[in-house]
Design a binder for this molecule. Structure first.
Ligand code: UDP
Ligand code: MG
Length: 317
């Protein structure tokens, strides 16, 4: 029988942890009773530098609940960093890992289905939501646009799958061999390859508390996703450049013709407009390039993607 670890990133999640622990323990116990997973299976909470009682709760559950272990990061590293810390720690001795958000938006009842797919030989099992009814219209639309842009840029993503998935130990190892600092797991997991499967589930409302992804973080996440996987935006600048040069040639010819016909070109407005317009276009283009230069800057430094302060998962062994 195999050891399953459920990795749960938590950032200020004191309101949901009781319920999350209850539901996840129930799922694990059920799977153990069905003799599908080993009794050493664990829940691995990753405290991503929370400011509330999250770590105290995790610490308390570690004592009270035989499934719970915790990894405490030294500060807030973000959702992706926290996931990576959990996967790195747990994949050392787990045969398979499920990653799930702490807020119970992802249906825990999909976990046994993922396990079944794993037992049938899949090494990456995606949790795919079959509705977005519980998201706000804004979130739904922005997410849809994002997946469309990514598709247009040629990045392979599994639509409507977030960071709820099961990965075999081998898949985790491959995942961890991607060393990029700007981590966009959703984009890297499909690059792992191996046999995959999908499990559909209905995404629910957040159990309690509020989203830890405000608009600012969501935008950064989207820009990171695009610029770490595609250089099409830079290439598009070249197309834009040619287009503008073409227009300016037409304008030049037009002005010369006007002049030779003796028309005085009263050009102040058009001059002003084109100076401002071109200036704007140039600034945008430079900022796109800057985004990539920034990526290179942060990649070459090879800073750690997370640092662990405490790790009761490994201690326990
Ligand atoms: N999270 C984290 N670090 C962060 C932000 C979020 O570990 O800096 C965790 C959070 O605790 C939750 C998961 O990432 O378990 C997803 O966050 P959230 O539910 O707030 O995002 P949403 O579902 O609104 O997109
Ligand atoms: Mg959520």
């Amino acid at each position: 029988m195999f050891k399953l670890s459920i990795v749960v990133p938590c950032y200020n999640e004191e309101e949901v942890l009781h319920e999350t622990t209850r539901e996840l323990s129930q799922i694990l116990q059920g799977l153990i009773d069905d003799e599908k997973i080993a009794s050493t299976s664990k829940i691995v909470y990753v405290d991503d530098g929370s400011h509330d009682k999250t770590w105290q709760l995790i610490d308390q559950f570690t004592v009270e609940n035989k499934f719970v272990t915790g990894v405490k990061l030294s500060r807030n590293f973000g959702h992706q960093g926290a996931l990576l810390a959990g996967v790195t720690t747990a994949s050392r001795d787990s045969d398979a890992i499920v990653t799930i958000d702490a807020d119970l938006q992802d249906d825990v009842n999909a976990i046994p289905k993922m396990v079944d797919e794993y037992l049938k030989g899949a090494e990456v099992v995606y949790g795919v939501r079959n509705n977005r009814d519980t998201d706000t219209a804004f979130k739904r639309n922005t997410a849809e646009t994002f997946y469309k842009i990514m598709g247009f840029l040629g990045v392979k993503l599994v639509p409507d799958s977030a960071d709820f998935r099961l990965m075999s130990q081998r898949a985790c190892e491959i995942l961890l061999s991607y060393h990029e600092t700007n981590l966009f797991l959703r984009g890297i997991v499909p690059l792992v390859g191996l046999k995959t499967a999908k499990v559909y589930y209905a995404r629910k409302e957040r159990f309690a508390g509020e989203s830890k992804y405000p608009l600012r973080k969501m935008l950064k996440f989207a820009i990171d996703g695009i610029t770490s996987f595609s250089i099409v935006p830079i290439k598009m600048i070249m197309g834009l450049g040619f287009f503008i040069v073409l227009i300016s040639i037409f304008l030049l010819i037009y002005t010369l013709v006007q002049k030779s016909n003796g028309h005085v070109v009263s050009g102040w407005s058009s001059m002003m407009v084109s100076i401002w317009a071109l200036g704007g276009v140039q600034l945008i283009c430079i900022s796109v390039i800057g985004e990539y230069v920034g990526k290179i800057f942060s990649e070459v430094k090879q800073r750690p993607r997370f640092t662990i302060e405490k790790d009761t998962y490994t201690e326990e062994k």
